[in-house]
Design a protein around this ligand. Structure first.
Ligand SMILES: Cc1cc2nc3c(=O)[nH]c(=O)nc-3n(C[C@H](O)[C@H](O)[C@H](O)COP(=O)(O)OP(=O)(O)OC[C@H]3O[C@@H](n4cnc5c(N)ncnc54)[C@H](O)[C@@H]3O)c2cc1C
Length: 532
């Protein structure tokens, strides 16, 4: 049997022909791959990075390990939630989760602290304690979050339906969700309360999808808020456990993940995808090709120009925007999470004055203005297996928004050799982020053993998003109107998967894989999840 994770740089074994080739090994691709394998298909996953997982990959440096794109996942605490069922299905139940406890997010506005507490009633109670005069608005807010989410399933399942069924029932299935989607988060919340502090707190998780309330669609806000109402969880053993537990499922049909394997072009003949050509000229063939590399990368870099022109795919790209980009400070500290008194809850730290949109705009005008958001995550404290793997150590990640334009001047330089001015720029940002942390956790001063800052150029280098965007497409009201964000494309046997066809978030990307596998097999694979 072929080992399921192999390197394209070493001796690898592949088949002559596959049922499906997947470009990229993000959550969407891995899920689609596992679901197709479970339907008996042999698949080949091609990942350009030297490690698999897309944003769920980890990296190691100086005896530490960091997760890149997972800080907490909701809904996996509920055994019957679709997300938990899906994770169990694609990993044969091998992926285990650790609950973060009662408080999953801690919002800091100036000197005030607001906790987001697990459980809807507790969540409401905790907020009402801060805003007693707003009890009705908080109640109504939670009702609207649930109402918006109730309309989501039909909207997303419609994307996987065959053309005729979509033509007949599509508008009916999409309409209720679109009613919520076309409003901004600010419009909806502004209709409930005029209390700006309450709106600022309720929308504190906007960093989870990148757009502040006046720009984001309410459905995106509602999806994230609802996702975490039952608390946050972290994969035991770290994010790498996702690909580690999916790989054995793939190996059952002799399917393979090839790493360090960059696809140059999708091979299209007579408007039909037949395989891919790699950067070194190697070709792989399959009955169908699925791209989970993001719609911009797929259309601008991977499809032949003739196909893009024929179907006017560039017109689609003018209708959507890349999402935000970020800087992340990866810190290694001396001491166990207990010794350092690290919390499990994430911090969302905001300047005291102003609404989120104004604070962001001020920062975009001048990055020396106060940081618009500082998000702090304590992965070592969340993973009960951490100290077995890394005794006596801890890690912390600190994130803020950082526009691509701020680093564009170094885009032609090479990773790790970008020069002194880039290093100085990074060091200044690293110090600002650390100071924000020390203000809340002063005991950590003097405990830092190692740190390293990533910028949008790092994201571009490792995950191939052209503007270093972290959430694929922007979650504006417009985004949700576009019918082309779905698995099927005008090119026969060529499909999309990943965050761009659903939304950002590991759970959403997971669901995108289910949609793509359903569209390919023409089966309602949701049923599979509840059969076993
Ligand atoms: C900093 C950060 C923090 C986050 N935190 C959370 C969180 O706490 N909880 C949560 O739910 N979500 C979080 N997310 C979002 C979540 O990680 C993503 O939405 C999700 O993982 C995206 O999955 P995807 O399937 O779209 O693929 P991606 O992860 O985007 O992967 C795409 C893959 O395609 C590969 N690729 C591109 N071009 C090629 C090519 N030519 N050939 C071969 N391979 C190619 C890339 O290398 C990459 O591996 C976070 C994201 C980031 C960046």
């Amino acid at each position: 049997m072929t080992p399921s994770i192999q390197s394209f740089k070493k001796n690898y074994t592949t088949a002559d022909h596959y049922d499906a080739i997947l470009i990229g090994s993000g959550m969407g691709s891995l899920t689609a791959a596992a679901m197709l394998a479970k339907e008996g298909q042999q698949v080949l996953v091609l990942e350009r990075h030297y490690t698999a997982g897309g944003f769920t990959h980890i990296f190691k440096r100086r005896g530490y390990e960091w997760d890149v794109g997972i800080h907490y996942i909701g809904e996996v605490q509920r055994p019957n939630s679709v997300i938990r069922r899906l994770f169990d299905y694609v990993t044969d139940g091998e992926l285990k989760w650790a609950d973060m406890g009662d408080v999953y997010d801690r919002v800091v506005v100036g000197d005030k602290i607001y906790d987001f507490v697990k459980g809807v009633e507790e969540f409401k109670k905790s907020l009402v304690a801060h805003f007693p005069e707003e009890e009705e608005a908080i109640e109504e807010y939670v009702n609207l979050v649930f109402a918006a989410n109730r309309t989501a399933r039909n909207f997303y399942m419609e994307k996987a339906m065959p053309t005729l069924a979509r033509a007949l029932a599509g508008n009916y299935l999409r309409k209720p969700y679109l009613k919520f989607a076309q409003q901004t988060t600010q419009e909806v919340l502004g209709g409930l309360t005029s209390n700006k502090e309450l709106i600022k707190v309720l929308t504190a998780q906007y960093g989870d999808y990148g757009l502040p309330p006046r720009q984001s669609s309410f459905v995106m806000h509602a999806a994230v808020a609802r996702h975490y109402f039952s608390g946050g969880s972290f994969p035991i053993g770290g994010s790498s456990q996702i690909v580690e537990t999916i790989a054995p499922v793939l190996s059952k049909t002799d399917s393979t993940i090839l790493i360090s394997a960059e696809v140059r072009e999708v091979l299209v003949e007579k408007n039909k995808a037949i395989g891919v050509e790699m950067k070194d000229g190697t070709k792989f063939f399959a009955d169908r090709v699925i791209s989970g590399a993001g719609i911009f990368t797929t259309y601008q870099k991977l499809l032949p120009a003739a196909s893009v022109q024929k179907h006017k795919l560039n017109d689609q790209l003018t209708k959507v925007q890349p999402s935000v980009s970020h800087a992340c400070l990866y810190m290694g500290l001396n001491g166990t999470p207990e010794e350092l008194q690290l919390p499990k809850a994430n911090y969302w730290i905001y300047p005291e004055e102003g609404e989120h949109d104004d604070i962001v705009n001020r920062f975009l005008d001048d990055i020396n203005a106060p940081l618009p958001v500082v998000y702090v995550s304590f992965p070592a404290a969340k993973d009960p297996d951490w100290s077995n793997r890394y005794p006596g150590k801890s890690t912390i990640d600190i994130i803020t928004l950082l526009p691509y334009e701020e680093v564009a001047k170094w885009e032609s330089t090479k990773w790790k050799k970008r020069g002194e001015t880039y290093d100085d720029f990074k060091e200044a940002m690293a110090q600002r982020l650390m100071e924000a942390l020390f203000r809340l956790e002063p005991q950590l001063r003097g405990k830092v053993d190692y740190y390293e800052l990533s910028t949008p150029l790092t994201t571009k280098h490792f995950v191939n998003y052209e503007r270093g965007e972290i959430y694929g497409l922007d979650h504006s009201p417009d985004r949700f109107q576009h019918k082309f964000l779905r698995p099927a494309t005008p090119i026969k046997n060529f499909f999309l998967t990943g965050q761009d066809i659903v939304t950002a978030g590991v759970g959403a990307a997971l669901f995108s894989g289910l949609l793509t596998a359903s569209a390919i097999t023409k089966k309602n694979l949701v049923e599979r999840l509840f059969q076993e």
